[in-house]
Design a protein around this ligand. Structure first.
Ligand code: BGC
Length: 753
C-alpha cells in the first residue's frame, strides 16, 4: 500500500460517496435484460479495432461512457477506505466494464518486473525479473521480449488485462530511486529494449502501459517538481526514448507522470499529450494518469488525458461527476469524451483484451519462469573488473568466505509499486522501512547455497559483514573473499548519495586489504561510487537480480555462464562529475514547488562525460568477459538514404562467450549535444576461434538534429566518424569516416523529398 500525500482521508471519504452514487447511476442506466438478445456487431473480429470501438461506443449510455474514464484503486488505502468491490485485491487499479455489451472491466497490475501487489498483507507470490537496468544491460532484444512475455503470462493467469509496464524514463539522475524500473541513459538502447518488453507483454493479449510521460527522472519532489528542458533537447533524449517504444511496440496505453514539464503538469499538458503524443506521433492508444497525477477536469480532459487512474490518490474524482458536468455545460465537448472512450475501447480490441478475456487462477509454470528470469539476470550481470583472472572461481577453490548483504539467504529487490512479492516469502523480513516504499524485500535465492553447490571440495563460510575487522580476519584466512554489497532504494525515495550505505565501503576496503583475492558483488539499483575499486581484484555488477538471482550470481562467478552484460549507464567517480552534483529538492518536503533545470539537455550520461571531457569510473557500454573478442573489416555504405555498417567479430579467447560490439557516430562538423551518440549494436555468441559478420542499420534520426520550428530532423552535410567500440569510454577498436548529404526527415525518420 502506498500513502502518498497527507491530505488523503477527507478526499477519500468524499470521493467514496461520489463513487457509490456513480455506481447506482450506472446500474440504473444498464438495460441488462435487453442485452442478451441484442446484436453485438463490435464483436465481429473481422472488423478493425477502430471500427469495433466506434460500434461499441455507439451502443453506450453516457453513464457507461463515463465509467471508462474513471479508474479506481485496487487496494485498501491507508486502511481508511475500501477498494472498489470488483477490483482484484491489492492490485493497482480497476475500471468498470460494460458487461451488458460484452466489454470486460480493466484489471490493472504493476509493473515492469512482474505482477506486483500493493500491500504486504496478502501478497501474490510471483516471478520477478531482474531489474529493468539488468534487462537493459543484456543488450539482448530477445531476452527483453522473453521477460515481457513471461510476466505478461503471469499477469493474465492472475486475472489482469492491463500491465503498467514499460518504464522508459532516462537515467539522467543516477540517484533516482526508480532507476531499477527503467532502462538506462541512452534513448536508443532504452527505447529499443523497453519496446521488446512491451511486445512480449502484449503477446499475451494484454494492454501494456509505457510510462512515465515525461521527464519524471527523479523521485524527490516528484509530485510538484517542474522539469525544465528545451524542446529540441527533449525530442532528442527522453521523448525520443518514448517515441521509439511507441513506434516499435505500440503499447495500448501511455501513463502521464506526476511532475510538471516546463511549468505544466504532465497530465494536463497540451503540448505533451495533444501535440507531441497524439498529433506528432499519431498515437492511437489512451493516456492514463499516474496515481495522484490529476489536478483538474476541464484542463486535463482538453489537454489529452483520457483516463483518470486510481482517483482516490487525487484530490477529487475529476473524471467522475465533474467531467459529466463539464460535458453537460460544454467545457469539454461530447466529441472529446467520446474520443477518450474510443481510445480505451480501441486499445482493448486492438490488443485482444475483449476477444481473450482474462480469468483469475490460471496455472503458472514457476519452474519455467524461474529459468526465464535467471537467464535475464545472468546475461545482465556486468563484470566490471577482473584483475589477474580471479574470476571465474575454480570448483576446488579451497576456502571461500562470503560476506555481507544477506547473501546467505537471498538477493535484494527495489521498493515501491513495482515490487513483486517473492515466491516463498521475504528472505529477510523486518528490515526498515517496513512501510511504503518498503518493505525491504530479499528474494529467497541464496547466493551462499548456490556457491556451496558449485564448490563441493571447498569450505564456504558466511559472515554478515556487520563487523569489518572480523570479516577481514576471516578473509585473510581464506583463499577467496566474496563481498556482497547492497543499496536499497525505491519509488518516492532517491538515494541520498552514490556511496554504498551502512558503512559497506569501509567493509569492502577492510576485506580487500586483508585478502587480495577479493571479488565484490554489487546488488544496487544503479551506479554507485567505489572508493575501494583499486584494492578489490574483481567487481561484478549484479543489479537487483530477481527471483533466481542467487543462482545466477553463482553461475557467473563459477563460469557456468560467461558474463556478457554491458553497462546501460555511466558509473561516475563521484557526484561532482554529474550535471547536478547535489540532487534538487528536499526529500523531506514533498509539497514545496521547485524546478529542476535539465541544462545538460540531451547530453545525458556518457554524452555529458564526453562533452565535459570527464573520465568516469566505468563508462557506458563497459563489461568484461572470460574470453576475448577482436573486430575487423568495419565498412560503411548507404542504402536508400540509410547508413549501413558492417564488420566482423571474432572470439580470440579460449571459451565460448557473447560480445556486444557497439557503434557510435561522431560528427566532424555538425554540432550535436555531445561529441558522439550510440547508433547501434549487436549481441553475438561465438565459440572460441569462431567469427561472425555483423550488420547494423542506423536510424537516420540518430545522425540528425531536431528542428522545433519545422518539426523535422535534419542531417547536416559533411563527414561523420563511425566508431566501432567496446564501450563509450573512448578506446575505440576501429573507425571509418562517411560523408553524408544534407537531408531532412519527418518525425518518424523518413526522408522528405
Ligand atoms: C507509480 C506508477 C504505478 C502506479 C500504480 C504510482 O505511484 O508511479 O508507476 O503504475 O502508482 O501503482
Amino acid at each position: 500500500m502506498k500513502p502518498q500525500m497527507n491530505a488523503r482521508p477527507l478526499a477519500i471519504a468524499v470521493g467514496q460517496a461520489l463513487a457509490a452514487l456513480a455506481a447506482v447511476a450506472i446500474a440504473a442506466a444498464s438495460p441488462a435484460h435487453a442485452a442478451e438478445t441484442a446484436p453485438r456487431p463490435w464483436m465481429d473480429r473481422s472488423l478493425s479495432a477502430d471500427q469495433r470501438a466506434t460500434l461499441a461506443l455507439q451502443a453506450m449510455t453516457q453513464q457507461e461512457k463515463l465509467g471508462w474514464v474513471l479508474g479506481h484503486f485496487g487496494a485498501d488505502f491507508a486502511n481508511k477506505t475500501k477498494k472498489h468491490p470488483a477490483a482484484l485485491p491489492f492490485s493497482a487499479g480497476y475500471i468498470t466494464g460494460v458487461p451488458r455489451l460484452g466489454l470486460p472491466a480493466l484489471f490493472e497490475t504493476d509493473a515492469g518486473l512482474g505482477v506486483a501487489t500493493q500491500a504486504t498483507a496478502t501478497p501474490r507470490e510471483r516471478t520477478s525479473l531482474p531489474s529493468g537496468l539488468a534487462t537493459t544491460a543484456t543488450w539482448d532484444k530477445r531476452l527483453a521480449y522473453n521477460g515481457g512475455a513471461m510476466i505478461g503470462a503471469e499477469a493474465r493467469a492472475s486475472g489482469f488485462n492491463v500491465m503498467l509496464a514499460g518504464g522508459v524514463n532516462l537515467l539522467r539522475e543516477p540517484r533516482n530511486g526508480r532507476n531499477f524500473e527503467y532502462a538506462g541513459e541512452d534513448p536508443l538502447l532504452a527505447g529499443t529494449m523497453v519496446a521488446q518488453q512491451v511486445k512480449g507483454i502484449q503477446s499475451n493479449h494484454l494492454i501494456a502501459t509505457t510510462k512515465h510521460f515525461a521527464v519524471n527522472d527523479q523521485e524527490t519532489g516528484r509530485f510538484v517538481l517542474d522539469a525544465r528542458i528545451g524542446e529540441a533537447a527533449n525530442r532528442t533524449s527522453d521523448l525520443l526514448a518514448m517515441q521509439l517504444v511507441l513506434e516499435q511496440a505500440d503499447p495500448g496505453s501511455v501513463m502521464c507522470s506526476y511532475n510538471r514539464l516546463n511549468g505544466v503538469y504532465a497530465c494536463e499538458n497540451d503540448y505533451l499529450l495533444n501535440q507531441v503524443l497524439k498529433k506528432d506521433w499519431g498515437y492511437k492508444g489512451y493516456v492514463m494518469s499516474d496515481w495522484g497525477a490529476v489536478h483538474s477536469t476541464t484542463q486535463a480532459a482538453n489537454a489529452g488525458l483520457d483516463q483518470q487512474s486510481g482517483w482516490e490518490f487525487d484530490k477529487s474524482q475529476y473524471f467522475g461527476g465533474a467531467l459529466e458536468e463539464a460535458v453537460a455545460n460544454g467545457h469539454v465537448t461530447q466529441a472529446r469524451l467520446d474520443n477518450m472512450v474510443h481510445r480505451v475501447l480501441r486499445a482493448m480490441f486492438d490488443k485482444g483484451v475483449v476477444d481473450h478475456p482474462v480469468a483469475e487462477g490460471g496455472a503458472i509454470d514457476f519452474a519455467a519462469h524461474g529459468l526465464v528470469t535467471r537467464t535475464g539476470a545472468e546475461e545482465g550481470m556486468v563484470l566490471l573488473k577482473n584483475e589477474g583472472g580471479l574470476l571465474p572461481l575454480k570448483p576446488g577453490a579451497g576456502k571461500i568466505v562470503v560476506i555481507g548483504a544477506h547473501a546467505d539467504v537471498g538477493v535484494l529487490a527495489g521498493g515501491g509499486s513495482s515490487l513483486v512479492y517473492p515466491i516463498g516469502g521475504n528472505a529477510v523480513p523486518g528490515l526498515e522501512p517496513k512501510v511504503w516504499p518498503g518493505p525491504v524485500v530479499y528474494h529467497p535465492s541464496s547466493p551462499l547455497k548456490a556457491i556451496q553447490a558449485r564448490a563441493p571440495g571447498a569450505t564456504v563460510v558466511y559472515d554478515d559483514g556487520t563487523d569489518p575487522a572480523r570479516a577481514a580476519r576471516l578473509a585473510a584466512g581464506a583463499d577467496v573473499a566474496l563481498v556482497f554489497a547492497q543499496q536499497w532504494v525505491g519509488e518516492a525515495l532517491d538515494a541520498t548519495s552514490l556511496s554504498l550505505p551502512d558503512g559497506q565501503d569501509a567493509l569492502i576496503a577492510a576485506v580487500a586489504k586483508a585478502q587480495p583475492r577479493t571479488a565484490v558483488v554489487l546488488e544496487t539499483s544503479g551506479p554507485v561510487t567505489m572508493p575501494w575499486v583499486g584494492q578489490s581484484a574483481a567487481v561484478l555488477q549484479a543489479w537487483y537480480p530477481g527471483t533466481s538471482g542467487g543462482e545466477a550470481i553463482a553461475r557467473v562467478l563459477f563460469g557456468e555462464v560467461n558474463p556478457s552484460g554491458r553497462l546501460p549507464a555511466t558509473f561516475p567517480v563521484s557526484e561532482s562529475q554529474l550535471p547536478r552534483p547535489v540532487l534538487d529538492g528536499d526529500p523531506k518536503d514533498q509539497t514545496t514547488r521547485f524546478a529542476v533545470d535539465y541544462h545538460e539537455g540531451a547530453a545525458v550520461g556518457y554524452k555529458w562525460f564526453d562533452l565535459k571531457g570527464l573520465k568516469p569510473l566505468f563508462p557506458f557500454g563497459h563489461g568484461l568477459s572470460y574470453t576475448r573478442f577482436s573486430y575487423s573489416g568495419l565498412a560503411a555504405s548507404q542504402k536508400d538514404g540509410k547508413l549501413q555498417l558492417r564488420f566482423k567479430v571474432s572470439n580470440t579467447g579460449a571459451v565460448k562467450g557473447k560480445d556486444v560490439p557497439q557503434l557510435y557516430v561522431a560528427p566532424l562538423n555538425a554540432k550535436w549535444e555531445a561529441p558522439k551518440r550510440l547508433a547501434g549494436w549487436d549481441k553475438v555468441e561465438l565459440a572460441p576461434g569462431a567469427s561472425t559478420e555483423v550488420s547494423v542499420a542506423v536510424d537516420p534520426r540518430l545522425l540528425a538534429t531536431y528542428d522545433s520550428r519545422s518539426k523535422t530532423w535534419r542531417i547536416a552535410k559533411g563527414g561523420y566518424k563511425v566508431l566501432l567500440a567496446r564501450d563509450a569510454g573512448g578506446a575505440d577498436a576501429a573507425s571509418v569516416t562517411v560523408q553524408l548529404p544534407q537531408s531532412t526527415l519527418d518525425l518518424s525518420g523518413k526522408p522528405l523529398r
